[in-house]
Design a protein around this ligand. Structure first.
Ligand code: NAP
Length: 319
């Protein structure tokens, strides 16, 4: 699990820091490591999702340095320990407002106010919802957005995975540990996921596919019983019985707090190749600013770059 030991949640009046980092996923903790090693004593506010999305991933197989793969929460824990070793502080707190109109920048949380000479935004992204009838009502009652969290509840049961990307296949493969069958339902007739995952999923005897199909409704009284499907080519509707529905249809960046204050494109914070946003002294990294790569390794790299740029910015000001 993500390391909660030593995380402070105490009420603060107003704290000033040189580098404030919002989010404790790979981007935030890599930024913290670099800023700490530059002796800037960065403060990381974790947000609600401790460790970011990586902490919800069972195994990461493509982070360099771990030839056998590494557990997602274990990797998050290692990131945190490494940053703390050099003096980064990690607090369990979540920003509720941001004022980037003047320096120092002001961030408000339930626990108090923070002012910061520089701000590194690594708030990540949250899973998208299907927005169909039954989804909200049955979330936690068979509808899930996290196989690592909820997969064990479906031992010897039939589950459905929605989506055709890497997440859908990776999580679908994970679910075969528990479920008796995993049906991947995709809105097109070809997958978006990378070749390795495609091959592995297609070769797994527990996984089968339904193509060209979207979800019209999630059906069940008190728990998921079925999903109503519509074939996008024929228009035919069917009811597919299932015990669980895992939805992996992409993510939306968690950047609402900065709307109107930073330049954005489709919700992603715009950054240049030095991770600088439209406001000097504010940097962004990881999925909040990356519509393209969205990998653990690229997020960590962006976080490191943001911290290096912030360090140079402060050096220039002699801070
Ligand atoms: P993604 O690549 O954006 O894929 C989302 C999938 O959901 C697509 O197949 C999309 O269909 C489908 N979809 C979107 N909206 C839908 C809707 N309303 N109804 C039904 N289906 C819908 O998202 P992701 O799989 O979460 O991956 C995000 C990023 O993380 C990617 O860059 C991916 O490479 C990366 N990732 C990597 C790994 C890995 O390398 N092991 C693992 C997980 C994630 P279309 O294909 O038709 O657009």
């Amino acid at each position: 699990m993500f390391n909660l030991s030593g995380l402070s949640t105490s009420k603060t009046e107003s704290q000033h820091v040189k580098v404030l980092i919002l989010g404790a996923g790979p981007a935030g903790l890599a930024a913290a490591l670099y800023a700490a090693r530059a002796e800037l004593a960065p403060l990381v506010l974790t947000g609600i999702q401790l460790g970011g999305q990586v902490a919800l991933t069972h195994t990461i197989e493509n982070y360099p340095g771990f030839p056998e793969g590494v557990g997602g929460s274990e990797l998050g824990d290692l990131f945190q320990k490494q940053a703390e070793r050099f003096g980064a502080r990690v607090e369990f707190d979540s920003a509720s407002a941001a004022d980037l109109s003047q320096r120092p920048f002001k961030i408000t949380t339930d626990n108090g106010d923070y002012t910061a000479d520089t701000l590194i935004i690594t708030t990540g992204a949250s899973p998208n919802h299907l927005n169909v009838p039954g989804e909200v009502e049955l979330t936690g009652k068979g509808v899930s957005y996290c196989a690592t969290c909820d997969g064990w509840l479906f031992k010897d049961k039939k589950v459905v995975v929605i989506g055709g990307g890497d997440s859908a296949l990776e999580e679908g493969l994970f679910l075969t540990r528990y479920a008796s069958s995993v049906t991947v339902i995709h809105r097109r007739d070809s997958l978006r996921a990378g070749a390795v995952l495609q091959k592995r999923a297609q070769e797994n005897p527990k996984i089968n596919f339904i193509w060209d199909t979207v979800e019209a409704e999630i059906v069940g009284k008190g728990k998921v019983e079925a999903v109503r499907l519509r074939n996008v080519k024929t228009g035919e509707e069917t009811v597919f019985p299932t015990d669980g529905i895992f939805i992996f249809i992409g993510h939306t960046p968690n950047t609402q707090l900065f709307e109107g204050q930073l330049a954005m494109e489709k919700g992603y914070i715009e950054v240049d190749d030095k991770m600088q946003t439209s406001v000097p002294g504010v940097y962004a990294a990881g999925e909040a600013a990356d519509p393209t790569f969205r990998q653990v390794v690229t997020s960590a790299g962006m976080g490191a770059a943001a911290a290096i740029t912030a360090t140079r910015f402060l050096e220039h000001e002699n801070k």
